[in-house]
Design a protein around this ligand. Structure first.
Ligand code: COA
Length: 434
């Protein structure tokens, strides 16, 4: 029998579906390409009678939920990671920011109260009635078991990703059928500085390592220098376009992985249609819950784990600010600390923070004596391992404050080395030859 006949009572329009939301509800929404846009747009049309609703949400590739000015008095955005679309919500006091290690996100949201409503996307069901939840898996597998009401937008364009990424139609309370293209995350051309950084990072990667690659130009640049490596594995938070060619050419074959051998593992994917097509029905690539993939203990089960992430600035002791620009919350901790700690605990593991030496067209050094006023420490100086800029590699793990400062000044932009050397002299009482 056709699923529409079996589940006919669950099928309704998006506007009818969101009218099940009540004042005081806690809502979680699937992220990136799995955002159920038909539902979040319907919420924007139907919020005025609601009071004190919390919407917990991560990254949007389009119009984020609860971002419409005025809506915050009724339905308020709560996030632990910001993007261009959600930054103004925090800057303008129209939403709330919750500091959180990504692997603890489901637990932390649940600590605020029960999940009354979960809004997800689902693919068309298979012959057993199972639907994939698409590329934004992260908090859904755990939280769906706690949600009192699950509203799903069924979208036949959603890639049918493998892993802990399925929900049965019987467990979905409301189904809204609406097909939309999956929003893409546009890539940017790799700069010469990023290329140089990518080359240094790749020099720290050995054949047989398992990689975590963050988002942006630097990971994309690293990928271009990995083409001659052998038997790499992938255990990452986010899957992006860069890895597709490495998998297709067999550079990433996961043969040496000590956890999930033979499989690429991630918790969400965001990129082009090419990436989504690659993930569709691909048994070689599994997406699992973030409380599993990003758990440092799980990450550490991968021998020779190498994490590569970026930051806003690093001070001379090695403290990393990866989330605040000019006193404003720019992004969040995300999975940075999860992977830095997991990689460090892994047998043979390493972690890399890679950053251009300057920002704002070369006018600001990203290696600084002290973090900016209002900045937060994302990664502590006890956790930090390798720092890479376009001027080289500083290995801080096991190094004294004096050795750290010296190593960091050596990879700072030449225009800022003299100023940093003055700070070094004031701090350590010795002249530094630069
Ligand atoms: N001082 C002032 N401005 C700075 C700055 C500094 N030290 N460093 C960066 N900026 C500005 C840049 O000029 C840029 O401004 P623009 O948007 O006006 O051009 C902006 O801040 C973003 O910098 P950029 O270097 O382009 O950021 P990115 O896209 O490479 O992202 C992070 C870098 C740190 C924000 C990002 O990696 C992050 O959020 N990390 C934390 C989470 C994480 O690591 N997760 C890992 C798992 S995916």
């Amino acid at each position: 029998m056709d699923w529409r006949t079996i589940y006919k009572d669950k099928i309704m329009t998006a506007d009818e579906a969101v009218r099940h939301i009540k004042s005081g509800d806690h809502i979680t929404v699937a992220e990136v390409g799995s955002q159920p846009y038909a539902l979040t747009e319907a919420l924007e049309r139907n919020y005025e009678h609601l009071e004190n609703v919390e919407v917990h949400y991560l990254l949007s590739l389009g119009n984020p939920p609860a971002a419409k000015p005025g809506m915050e008095k009724h339905v308020r955005f709560h996030g632990m990671f910001l993007s261009g679309a959600t930054r103004p919500l925090i800057a303008e006091n129209r939403g709330e920011f919750m500091p959180c290690f990504f692997h603890q996100y489901p637990k932390m949201v649940l600590s605020r109260g029960e999940i009354d409503v979960m809004m997800i996307s689902i693919s068309a069901p298979d012959k057993h009635g199972f639907c994939s939840i698409g590329p934004g898996v992260d908090h859904i597998p755990t939280m769906k078991n706690h949600a009192k009401l699950i509203i799903a937008q069924m979208n036949k364009n959603l890639p049918r990703v493998m892993g802990n990424s399925f929900v049965h139609l019987r467990d979905v309370d409301i189904i809204v059928e609406e097909n939309r293209p999956i929003p893409e995350l546009p890539g940017a051309p790799i700069t010469d500085v990023e290329r140089k950084i990518g080359e240094y990072c790749a020099s720290l990667v050995n054949d047989g390592d398992t990689l975590q690659l963050g988002i942006g130009g630097i990971p994309d640049a690293v990928v271009t220098f990995l083409k001659d490596k052998k038997d790499l594995g992938l255990h990452t938070e986010m899957a992006a376009d860069g890895i597709v060619d490495l998998i297709k050419t067999g550079v990433i074959n996961n043969k040496k992985k000590t956890l999930h051998p033979g499989k690429c593992i991630a918790t969400f994917a965001a990129g082009s249609q090419n990436l989504y097509d690659f993930l569709d029905d691909n048994p070689n690539f599994e997406l699992h819950g973030v409380d599993y993939v990003n758990d440092p203990n799980v990450i550490a089960m991968n021998d020779n784990m190498v994490s590569i992430n970026s930051c806003i600035q690093v001070d001379l002791a090695g403290q990393i600010n990866a989330e605040v620009v000019k006193g404003m919350q720019f992004s969040g901790v995300g999975g940075q600390v999860d992977f830095i700690r997991g990689a460090r605990m892994s047998k043979g593991g390493r972690s890399i923070i890679a950053l251009p030496s300057t920002a704002a067209k070369g006018t600001i050094s990203k290696i600084v004596p002290f973090l900016d006023h209002g900045a937060y420490v994302t990664t502590s100086r006890m956790d930090v391992d390798y720092i890479v800029t376009e001027y080289g590699i500083a290995h801080l793990w096991g190094k004294t404050l004096r050795e750290r400062a010296k190593a960091l000044i050596a990879i700072a932009h030449p225009d800022f080395r003299a100023g940093l050397a003055e700070e070094y002299k004031a701090r350590f009482g010795e002249e530094l030859t630069i």
